[in-house]
Ligand binder design. Sequence first.
Ligand SMILES: Cc1cc2nc3c(=O)[nH]c(=O)nc-3n(C[C@H](O)[C@H](O)[C@H](O)COP(=O)(O)OP(=O)(O)OC[C@H]3O[C@@H](n4cnc5c(N)ncnc54)[C@H](O)[C@@H]3O)c2cc1C
Length: 597
Amino acid sequence: MPSYKAPVDDTLFLLNDVLNIQRFGNLEGFADASPDLTGQILGEAGKLCEEVLAPLNASGDANGCKRHPDGSVTTPAGFKSAFEAYAGGGWIGLSAPPEYGGQGLPYSLTMVMSEFASSANMAFAMYPGLTQGALAALLTHGSPEQKKLYAPPMIEGRWTGTMNLTEPQCGTDLGLLTTKAVPRGDGAYAITGQKIFISAGEHDLSENIIHLVLARLEGAPAGVKGISLFIVPKVLVNADGSLGQRNGVSCGSIEEKMGIHGNATCVMNYDGATGYLIGEANRGLNAMFVMMNEARLGVAMQGLAQSEVAYQNALAYAKERLQGRALTGPKYPEKKADPIIVHPDVRRMLLEIKAFNEAARALALSAALDSDIAHRSGDPAARQAADDRLGLLTPVLKGMLTDVGFENAVKAQQVFGGHGYIREWGMEQFVRDARIAMIYEGANGIQALDLVGRKLPREGGRAIMAFFKEGAELLGGHSANEAMKPFVAPAQAALADLQKASMWLMQNAMAKPDNAGAASYDYMHLLGRVALALMWVKIAAAALEKQVREPETAALMEAKLTTARFYMERMLPETSLRLARIVSGADTMMSLAPEMF
Ligand SMILES: Cc1cc2nc3c(=O)[nH]c(=O)nc-3n(C[C@H](O)[C@H](O)[C@H](O)COP(=O)(O)OP(=O)(O)OC[C@H]3O[C@@H](n4cnc5c(N)ncnc54)[C@H](O)[C@@H]3O)c2cc1C
């Protein structure tokens, strides 16, 4: 049976020592998040995830969700009471506005909880996660009446949320969407169509489900410019907030799938269901993007979360499993063999995961802080800079954390040898669960296109130019420090690779869009590896300072410095490989005719 321990101390080190969250005391909600209170909150979050959610992970996977002939769906045993504990603890509304019953705390803390909960039980964590995403869209684009009616029960967890984009003929290309919305003359719309793959579309955890549904108004322009967003409650809501009649929406079936069995992935049928427009007609995608951006960061955390829990179990196994002797002679002569952690190749696997996880957590928290600044700062320049960074890094986080999260789950499984392939050890579940994060919420190839096609050129490249400037300033600030040399020099070389790749795109992608498409995936990973290197530079600087300031942390901080060196020596050189691929262009790739494949 696998186990999970929430990385509370590492997260607090990142928030307090590396990212200096105290700097943001002037932002709304941050004054309440003192280091002590943050420590307590993360401690409680960890406890809930370790004691309530993690024990349901394997059984939820084995038993899955069940649809009954009346269309109702039951979640695995234990999910309902776990959801009550999650909602009752106020975790759904941790950073939601207090006027609707939320606690108004930094969004960064919600991201931490999202990692912990997804490590403990990814399928479960999607129910509150989707509710938070739906809330974000509602609070940004809903009318005052809609917010008042729907937000408080969603924050309480009495009602949950979903996002309905996908249809059988319409996945990535939302312009193909056909679900119809017809005005009924009373301000509401009749919604008709079929949505597929809807996560948490039907279940028994809450008394109502608020579906956010993309549909096309009659006569709307073709393509993505004719899509609107609607609230379609499972049970209609009276003006006083009480529940009325059942709406015309039902779950036609649930998918048999590779992983996340505890989450109901539903075919949803809308048969003239009553829906209410959110925001402006034909601007639905704009409104849905609020939910999609939030969900992309949530999915990025799923990648990191599976990598983390798989690592923890692989590490424990590597310390116990006795096979072979160290190349330099027995390390534990009293035992029949040495534990496999003595072998360089096992250390390679463990360190590759560890060096990724710690920097990826820092990068995700840094992006969450940018989201806080973008939404809460009173300084327009700070808001814009944070929004630029967040926009640039959201596709990178989604694509890189989920790709590498899956690779790391496989690597951790490899540490177990054959036992990793056997269900009782739980490693194969992490691999199966991690796989979907690369696909949904915009497949990773689409994240790469979003980065290269939209985020890079936006405002004349303002975000990437700021990224270069901030990176150069960070590295320049540490370059005179001898102890920082092993980190600064490789990071400078990697940043130069990224600059060359960006320049090549500027010169070669405009005239030939295939060059941009062919380069996009490598560019996303190149930018991601550089961003992680900059995080390791920050972590190393904080570790060197902390070693002196708090000598009792010296060994722990030394381990951070060693891990940072490993990243620089053995993982960061990947940037030159990515650059070489990028500048090879699209000609060869595009020259093979489909019938010649
Ligand atoms: C378990 C699960 C849960 C899901 N939950 C939800 C949910 O809650 N709500 C919801 O609305 N949807 C949900 N989805 C749907 C999911 O978001 C889509 O599957 C995903 O967006 C991809 O769409 P598709 O499957 O139709 O693939 P397609 O769009 O057919 O894409 C197939 C492949 O082609 C690539 N591709 C497509 N177009 C391009 C292009 N222009 N350039 C380059 N490459 C391209 C894609 O990257 C992909 O690799 C879920 C799916 C699953 C499996």
